[in-house]
Design a protein around this ligand. Structure first.
Ligand code: SAM
Length: 312
């Protein structure tokens, strides 16, 4: 089944792109600066230099790698690791994106971004580029530099695929590159943040959520895997039914794998994280999504802000 994007304009004339000025953060405090160490200063400098990415002019499928299976106008079918076409509504927790400003963390090839736009959202798609590093698990026995370089190559091709599709779908999404550990406040406030299949890949999922929460007015959507697709096994065969907030650490030194995935989180763990961050009202739904290695059971947590305010 092919996903149709009802509100998406057709391929053709690209509207002129105006550079959006970074949003001003009212609560910025200058007196912090003197107390910052070198790495904090570097992060601050990156924040202050924040600009949305310039669209890349990519037209050759050969320069791209697709994470998502998609039907791209003028290019046709591209095969990716994940085919979310029939389950995209469930994959995003059934959340309402109409007239919402959305921060999508980890857009990859953009299928979720383009879906949310088709539902009436204005999306800021945030992701790594080849200038940042994936949280590779630093096994002592691993050639870390090599693993990072290989990953950078893949990320460059995934970014390319996003831009090719962005152009073909005439997406209006703005793009910002960086890590979840330094989400620029210059993006400004958003109504909704999404973390679809991202937390399991992060060394510090709580820090990532808190960085997005400080920009989020209303809703955070987290989708993650119920069953460990990396093959690690333990006694929790159905962690989504687990009511305790559990995180299972997946990397195994004996097999030096997985190198790019850290956790299997229970939905209750995600709810507990989000509760601490002021998003205490949440619902959990379960669904099954299609991947190249078979059907994957997943959960989505949709959490509403109940206390606190965004930073900006
Ligand atoms: C498994 S893909 C999920 C793609 C998409 N969200 C989806 O659900 O189909 C993980 C995404 O998170 C991004 N990502 C991984 N680690 C990241 C980090 N430390 N900072 C920002 N993005 C990260 C990856 O580049 C990739 O786009």
């Amino acid at each position: 089944m092919i996903l149709t994007l009802p509100n998406m304009p057709q391929e053709g004339h690209q509207p002129p792109r105006t550079k959006q000025p970074p949003h001003q953060c009212r609560n910025a405090k200058r007196d912090w600066i003197g107390a910052l160490d070198a790495s904090q200063l570097q992060m601050l400098e990156q924040q202050m230099r924040f600009e949305y990415a310039r669209p890349r002019d990519v037209r050759d499928l050969g320069e791209c790698y697709f994470y998502h299976t998609m039907e791209i106008p003028r290019y046709g079918f591209v095969n990716g690791q994940w085919d979310l076409r029939s389950g995209i509504r469930q994959y995003t927790g059934g959340a309402d994106f109409h007239a919402k400003r959305v921060l999508e963390i980890g857009t990859a090839s953009g299928f979720v971004c383009f879906y949310m736009e088709s539902q009436g959202a204005s999306v800021v798609a945030y992701d790594l580029s080849d200038k940042q590093a994936w949280d590779i698990v630093p096994f002592a026995a691993l050639d870390l530099e090599r693993a990072l370089a290989t990953r950078r190559n893949v990320i460059r091709k995934i970014n390319n695929g996003f831009w090719l599709a962005h152009r073909a779908f005439r997406s209006q999404a703005m793009v910002a590159y960086g890590t979840v550990y330094n989400i620029p406040t210059g993006i400004g406030p958003v109504d909704v943040s999404t973390f679809c299949s991202v937390l399991l890949h992060l060394r510090d999922p709580f820090l990532a959520l808190s960085n997005a929460a400080r920009l989020t007015r209303e809703t955070i959507v987290v989708t993650d895997t119920i069953v460990d697709v990396a093959g690690a096994s333990d006694s929790h065969t159905a962690p989504s039914a687990e009511t305790r907030p559990l995180m299972t650490f997946l990397p195994d030194a004996r097999t030096t794998s997985p190198v790019d995935t850290w956790w299997r989180l229970s939905a209750a763990a995600v709810q507990a994280f989000l509760g601490v961050l002021g998003f205490e009202e949440s619902t959990v739904t379960e669904h099954v999504q299609r991947s190249t290695w078979g059907d994957v059971p997943m959960f989505s947590v949709v959490a509403q802000r109940t206390s606190g305010k965004p930073l900006c």
